[in-house]
Design a protein around this ligand. Structure first.
Ligand SMILES: *[C@@H]1O[C@H](CO)[C@@H](O)[C@H](O)[C@H]1NC(C)=O
Ligand SMILES: *[C@@H]1O[C@H](CO)[C@@H](O)[C@H](O)[C@H]1NC(C)=O
Ligand SMILES: *[C@@H]1O[C@H](CO)[C@@H](O)[C@H](O)[C@H]1NC(C)=O
Ligand SMILES: *[C@@H]1O[C@H](CO)[C@@H](O)[C@H](O)[C@H]1NC(C)=O
Length: 644
């Protein structure tokens, strides 16, 4: 249900809003106002940010029916070419201790033509003739011939690329890795309906079997990193210009049950050494996008890391008892030394050995995730938080240790006692949060580490698939409340950051992707816009006529400029209802006005192929007189930023 449309009479009353902005008298703004939450959810990493394009590359498990990820191995997403049979095989030697399942191809006697297999990718492949691609695979068996790899457009049958390598090996040899020369497709495909094939000479394999594992294909990556990120998605996130990131989650870091938590030590080293993880959200993870890859992403995007540490609670309520928790604390200490230690420390040396010379910066850790749920509350207060906190602070006295429960069990004050609040609710609930943080305890600084308006209006029904503009306006009002209280509310991050569109059309994310497209949500643009207009100091605002609602505001100082953000939430429009803004002490007679708007409250952004963005963001100069400006809204739901 939406708010009632404003009556003409109310519009008249709304015209008398006058705001005076003081030149000082506020608090320092938090430098961490706009952040990101990364966790693997619905192909955020594998099939998303992580650049690997082959699905089920190392037969590590399967999504299973009803989104129940399992370690059941199969040849899903692979299909035979020619009259061959594909199956899962476990005969020795395995490729590694971690990758012990391989795909076997049985080739019948008398075969002559091409044989092999093709992969479906993650909902297809993006074939872009302007980009370089690199394919590789491991082969065991007797084979002397070419292997050709190529894209095929499944809608036209057209072959779009070709790269060939020569394999010459016999059955007495162990696994041999073959790397194809990098290639650019001859032509681009306009859809993702493409497959990727590996083709052998059938006459060389007639009556035999060969084995393959760790079959890989990368398009050139963000900042050209090895084992790096999908370029367009990473660039889209970098363009948010956020200041911090929590990684690696979240519910997926906790795991569905004990044993399925994120194990940092199993997500590092060569890809052959990564066993795979059951995702909390229904698929198997290759763990190719491991701890070091995630930290590298944060560094490449200049983000302060809030490192999520497994704290002994699983989603099913498994809690590690006090007398069994120490190994997990030790593991967290190793993780911190691994990331931040120099080559003279045992774990730091291990990182350097893996090719990561430069230590990472970690000043923030968060112990566990949402411990007020799943029966985690009592043990968190009784011993879990303390055991991690004591060990971490003994070695890293300046580390900020974030609690997932409010108030923090930490003995510290200030940002040492930080808590992480999560808010998921409907649009109007967010719009009601403007003043909430005015009353917040000044003792416990807060990250709103996960939030999202997930339903329209005051709705209680199912979650929506893509935010409407009205929902973004609701979120914006909460963000204003955070900004003006940023002495105590240090920042926020939207949950979730990125999801695969085909897999999860029905829940929100900042962005959604297909193999070749990106949906930028209304919330994406809101966060980007607000992050681009942060100040260094909050400024007191006084309403000398009218009051809060339906217009909401926050003012900050950024250098010599005054920045006023306002949200019209089902309010009046037009010049006769303009808000009169007085920037006290200013003699400016021009200002910049940025307007984020959409046709309707219910407007929402789409994939480019389905209509694309429905909002507009425009900036223009307006004139005023000695620091006095009139700002008129063009729509009942609208977000504006006035910079004087
Ligand atoms: C500044 O911070 C103090 C202490 O946290 C708080 O009480 C006060 O309301 C803040 N002032 C403004 C203008 O936000
Ligand atoms: C093309 O791929 C999309 C995404 O995987 C799929 O939904 C669609 O059915 C495919 N179209 C055809 C004609 O195969
Ligand atoms: C990783 O650490 C966990 C303890 O947190 C341990 O149980 C596991 O065996 C380790 N894995 C490897 C491959 O060393
Ligand atoms: C990185 O972020 C810091 C603030 O966290 C800022 O001072 C610095 O200029 C940024 N560097 C780059 C290269 O953007």
């Amino acid at each position: 249900m939406r708010f009632l449309a404003a009556l003409p009479l109310l519009c008249k009353l709304a015209s008398s809003l006058r705001l005076d902005i003081a030149p000082n008298g506020g608090n320092a703004s938090s430098p961490l106002l706009y952040g990101l939450l990364y966790e693997e959810i619905y192909h955020s990493g594998d099939g998303g940010l992580y650049g690997e394009m082959i699905r089920n590359r190392a037969f590590q498990g399967s999504p299973g029916p009803g989104r129940r990820a399992s370690f059941d191995r199969n040849t899903e997403f692979w299909h035979p070419i020619g009259d061959v049979e594909l199956s899962i095989d476990t005969t020795a030697p395995a490729l590694s201790d971690s990758l012990t399942y391989q795909m076997r191809m049985d080739v019948p006697e008398g075969t002559t033509g091409p044989v092999g297999f093709y992969n479906d990718g993650f909902w297809g492949f993006h074939v872009d003739a302007a980009k370089r691609y690199a394919a590789s695979f491991y082969l065991r068996g007797d084979y002397d011939g070419d292997v050709e790899c190529f894209f095929t457009n499944t809608l036209t049958g057209e072959k779009l690329s070709s790269a060939t390598t020569r394999a010459s090996q016999d059955a007495s040899q162990d696994w041999v890795q073959h790397k194809l020369p990098t290639f650019q497709p001859q032509s681009s495909a306009s859809t993702s309906n493409n497959t990727f094939s590996f083709v052998f000479d059938g006459s060389q394999l007639a009556g035999q079997s060969v084995y393959v594992n760790l079959l890989s294909l990368f398009k050139q990556t963000y900042q050209n990193r090895d084992n790096g990120l999908r370029e367009d998605l990473a660039q889209t996130l970098a363009d948010l210009k956020a200041s911090w990131i929590r990684l690696p989650g979240g519910n997926n870091m906790e795991g569905l049950s004990l044993g399925n938590q994120f194990k940092w030590n199993e997500s590092i080293g060569s890809l052959e050494q990564r066993f795979g993880k059951l995702s909390t959200w229904g698929d198997i993870e290759t763990q190719g996008f491991g701890l070091l890859e995630q930290m590298t992403m944060a560094r490449d995007m200049n983000l302060t890391v809030v490192l999520g540490i497994y704290g002994g609670l699983s989603l099913n309520g498994d809690v590690v008892p006090e007398d069994e928790l120490q190994p997990y604390v030790d593991s967290a200490m190793d993780e911190l030394e691994f990331l931040t230690g120099d080559a003279s420390t045992p774990m730091g040396a291990k990182r350097v050995q893996l090719g990561y010379e430069e230590p990472f910066q970690v000043d923030w850790v968060e112990i566990s995730n949402e411990d007020y749920l799943n029966g985690g509350y009592d043990s968190y207060y009784a011993y879990r938080f303390d055991m991690f906190y004591n060990a971490i602070r003994a070695k890293y006295p300046d580390m900020h240790v974030v609690s997932t429960i409010n108030p923090s069990p930490s003995p510290d004050t200030g940002s040492g006692a930080m808590v992480d609040l999560h808010i998921y609710d409907n649009q109007n609930h967010f719009a009601s949060l403007y003043n909430t943080f005015d009353q917040a305890s000044r003792k416990y600084p807060v990250f709103v580490g996960e939030y999202a308006a997930i339903r329209e209006g005051s709705g209680a029904g199912p979650e929506i698939g893509a935010q409407t503009f009205g929902m973004a306006c609701g979120e914006a009002i909460m963000l204003l409340g955070i900004e003006k209280n940023s002495d105590i509310i240090l920042g926020s991050a939207y949950g979730a950051l990125i999801k695969e569109y085909n897999e999860e059309p029905n829940t929100v994310a900042v962005i959604k992707h297909t193999a070749n497209e990106i949906l930028h949500s209304m919330s994406y643009y809101l966060q980007q816009l607000f992050a681009a207009h942060v100040g260094t100091e909050t400024l007191p605002v006084t309403a000398t006529e009218g009051g809060l609602g339906p217009v909401w505001w926050s003012a900050t100082k950024a250098g010599r400029r005054t920045v006023l953000k306002m949200v019209n939430y089902n309010g009046a429009t037009g010049a006769e209802n303009a808000v009169k803004v007085h920037v006290k002490g200013s003699r400016a007679c021009t200002a910049e006005l940025t307007v984020f708007t959409a046709d309707k409250e219910t407007s929402s952004n789409k994939l480019p192929s389905q209509g694309g963005d429905e909002h507009s963001i425009t900036t223009r100069r307006i004139t005023g007189k000695r620091g006095v400006f009139e700002v008129a809204f063009t729509k009942p739901f609208e977000i504006v930023i006035l910079t004087v």
